[in-house]
Design a protein around this ligand. Structure first.
Ligand code: B4P
Length: 227
């Protein structure tokens, strides 16, 4: 019977099956790994809905949410030296220095070795941050699957942020000139990050105006064809 299957003897069947099992478990490992690390960037100007959509996306896809804005605000709240340094920049609508933010993300990745994947919200915001993120993810052999970029007009951004400023208590939301400075900072330093990911064909533009639910559906449609 084993001769019909092309094997010389049981010894050959045994070693072939063993090879197959080794190979098969290797495939399983890669498959499991690929599923474990599905990394996305949610990109867009201040007020474009990154935080709002992130909450819904992590609930649906089980990703770990990493928002540099939230991490920085938590440092400010705890009055740490890092928080005190960051507050000076944030109050003026400026970006916090790269080394501070990259260090925070690096620690957050190390603290979550079992994450199924990460949703980066508000990071990277400069080309230097983008390159640092790629290097960190390369160590995990888990590159960015896509950058989902929310497109919203400037007047809508200002309107949303001023509205949030009425209740959020965020010092960078209740002053129109600080909000406009954040948008200028976005155009000067952050918009080019999309060009960095465009060279790898990873940028997906999403219309960021409409109801929160409509925008969520647009995002999910793009994620589902990549997951
Ligand atoms: P972030 O915390 O990232 O905040 P953001 O860009 O202002 O807000 P986000 O985009 O998440 O808000 P959302 O639209 O969801 O940054 C704050 C500051 O931290 C930066 O200025 C910078 O100083 C510093 N910082 C953070 N990351 C950094 C980095 N990587 N490098 C350097 N510095 C960094 O919400 C806005 C409002 O719109 C909400 O009130 C929401 O309810 C509303 N909204 C959302 N979707 C809507 C919709 N569809 N229709 C109507 N309203 C909507």
């Amino acid at each position: 019977m084993y001769e019909m299957a092309g094997f010389k003897d049981f010894k050959q069947i045994h070693s072939t099956v063993n090879e197959y099992l080794k190979y098969d478990s290797y495939i399983c490992y890669l498959h499991k790994d690929n599923q474990l690390m599905f990394n996305l960037i949610l990109f867009g100007p201040p007020g474009s809905g990154k935080g709002t959509q992130s909450e819904k996306l992590i609930a649906k896809y089980g990703l770990k949410h990493l928002s540099t804005g939230d991490l920085l605000r938590s440092e400010i709240c705890r009055e740490t030296p890092l928080g005190k340094e960051a507050q000076n920049f944030m109050d003026k609508g400026q970006l916090v220095p790269d080394e501070v933010v990259i260090g925070m993300i690096s620690s957050a990745l190390d603290e979550n070795p079992d994450a199924k994947g990460f949703l980066f919200d508000g990071f990277p915001r400069t080309p230097a941050q983008a390159k640092a993120l790629d290097n960190l993810l390369e160590l995990k052999e888990a590159p960015i699957a896509a950058m989902l970029a929310l497109d919203v007009s400037e007047e809508e951004l200002v309107k949303r942020l001023l509205k949030r400023g009425e209740t959020s208590g965020r010092s960078d939301d209740n002053n129109e000139s600080v909000i406009r400075a954040r948008i200028v900072e976005y155009h000067n330093k952050t918009a080019v990050v999309a060009d960095y990911y465009k060279q790898f064909d990873k940028v997906v533009m999403i219309k960021g105006e409409g109801t929160v639910e409509d925008i969520f559906e647009r995002l999910c449609a793009e994620i589902d064809i990549r997951a």
